[in-house]
Design a binder for this molecule. Structure first.
Ligand code: CA
Length: 423
């Protein structure tokens, strides 16, 4: 996700792009596309050269040889059953070879066999809709960002009410985590609300297909297509490890078009690294357990620099000259300026006299043809952008959490007036 530019959150949600975890905004239930059927590699196709690398120790060579033999058998079995109409697609040898190559990379793995990997990967299907959604748009006119429109689209009354219900349902756990970690309940509630509306929309695309498509057929028109393809290849590998180690079915798991999964929309690597067992049942289940999702979101933010009891953003009174404004915006969302430097550059933190002593970034929020808005993002604001690298996303998370909290306070039952003391 393009760092701090807000584009991802506004127009191109992508879960877990390099540098990001979780994921992008989950698109509302995407229609399942007709899959492109890719036949297995013909039995005569040689294994890629990397599978035949000779530098392995003797034991690994034996295992490697067995794996390759098994791969060939599985390939032959698959080819024998391939429908005639798939013969044309079978010409796409690049797709099949890369899947084959990835399966073979498990040959020396201690936990996962290449046979199992190929059994799974050979069933990956190219998803044209995933590729189209990830393809950069080429509008005739540049996209005009509009923070207020984006905010209104996300901070709906229905989402706020769902947030109230979620917060009440998990109030005890949220309070305990806030007390223990310093990550406010409102921030956790904000993230889960923006990502999936509290588990209502976790995505409907088969993760295996999404990751394989983005790993091996990333849109070439993207300026960083190679890097992003490598990122998704790694995520596909981690997806196999996640499923293998947690008894998850890799053929049925669904998520966003970028392969993000569950209530918090974690990419496979983030699930493995930052997933936590919030309900203490011995497993990390980010799909079926909101408690695990809550604990994992807090853990993710802590791991990415969340500072307890510090604000995530401040207001700003901007009196900067044009050259000062350029200097203030140059670092983008990276917290760069202390209070003294901000004041020298004409950006005064609000409320005046705030005690925040960390670094900050001046964040510009464009409003279409109307004047932009500005805030000061702190290190905690930056931590939220590690979840989704968009300043618009981070502020929407924070303001949704605030809106849910305010709504809960409005709904607090009114205390009856104290009885008058008898004279
Ligand atoms: Ca659990």
């Amino acid at each position: 996700m393009a760092a701090a530019d807000g584009c991802a959150a506004l127009c191109c949600p992508t879960s877990g792009v390099p540098g990001r975890t979780g994921t992008p905004l989950a698109p509302a239930a995407l229609a399942r596309p007709a899959p492109t059927v890719i036949a297995p590699i013909p039995v005569s196709a040689p294994l890629p050269a990397r599978l035949r690398a000779p530098a392995l120790p003797a034991r690994a060579r034996w295992r490697h040889a067995l794996a390759c033999t098994a791969l060939a058998c599985l390939t032959w079995l698959g080819a024998a059953g391939a429908p005639a109409q798939a013969q044309g697609a079978a010409q796409d040898s690049a797709w099949a070879t890369q899947l084959h190559d990835l399966a073979g990379s498990f040959a020396a793995d201690q936990d996962i066999s290449a046979e199992w990997a190929w059994k799974v990967l050979s069933q990956a299907r190219h998803n044209g809709r995933v590729k189209r959604l990830m393809t950069p748009s080429t509008p005739k006119a540049p996209t005009v960002r509009d923070w207020q429109a984006y905010r209104e689209r996300l901070l709906t009354a229905a989402r706020i009410e769902a947030g109230v219900a979620f917060w009440r349902r998990h109030q005890r756990q949220l309070q305990e985590i806030e007390a223990r970690s310093g990550v406010p309940a409102s921030v956790i509630v904000g993230i889960i609300g923006i990502e999936t509306t509290y588990g209502q929309n976790m995505g409907s695309i088969r993760v295996l297909d999404a990751l394989a498509t983005l790993a091996f057929d990333y849109p070439s028109s993207h300026p960083r297509a190679l890097e992003r393809g490598q990122f998704f290849r790694k995520e596909l590998e981690q997806f196999l490890r996640l499923c293998h180690g947690n008894d998850l079915d890799p053929l049925t798991l669904q998520g966003s078009f970028a392969g993000a999964m569950g209530v918090p929309q974690f990419m496979p690597s983030s699930w493995l690294l930052y997933g936590r067992d919030g309900n203490e049942d011995g497993a990390v289940d980010l799909i079926g357990s909101p408690q695990d999702a809550i604990a994992s979101v807090a853990n993710y933010l802590l791991a990415h620099g969340w500072r307890a009891h510090q604000p995530a953003y401040l207001g700003v009174a901007l009196q900067a000259r044009p050259e000062q404004l350029r200097a203030l915006l140059a670092p983008d969302i990276l917290p760069t300026f202390d209070q003294a430097t901000l004041q020298q550059l004409g950006a005064l933190p609000l409320p005046a006299g705030t005690q925040y002593d960390g670094l900050m970034a001046l964040v510009e929020l464009k409003n279409g043809a109307r004047p932009p808005e500005y805030i000061l993002g702190t290190e905690n604001f930056y931590a939220i952008t590690r979840y989704n690298q968009s300043s618009y996303y981070a502020l929407a998370v924070l303001q949704l959490g605030e809106a849910v909290q305010q709504r809960m306070q409005q709904l607090q039952p009114q205390r009856p007036p104290a009885p008058k003391a008898k004279p």
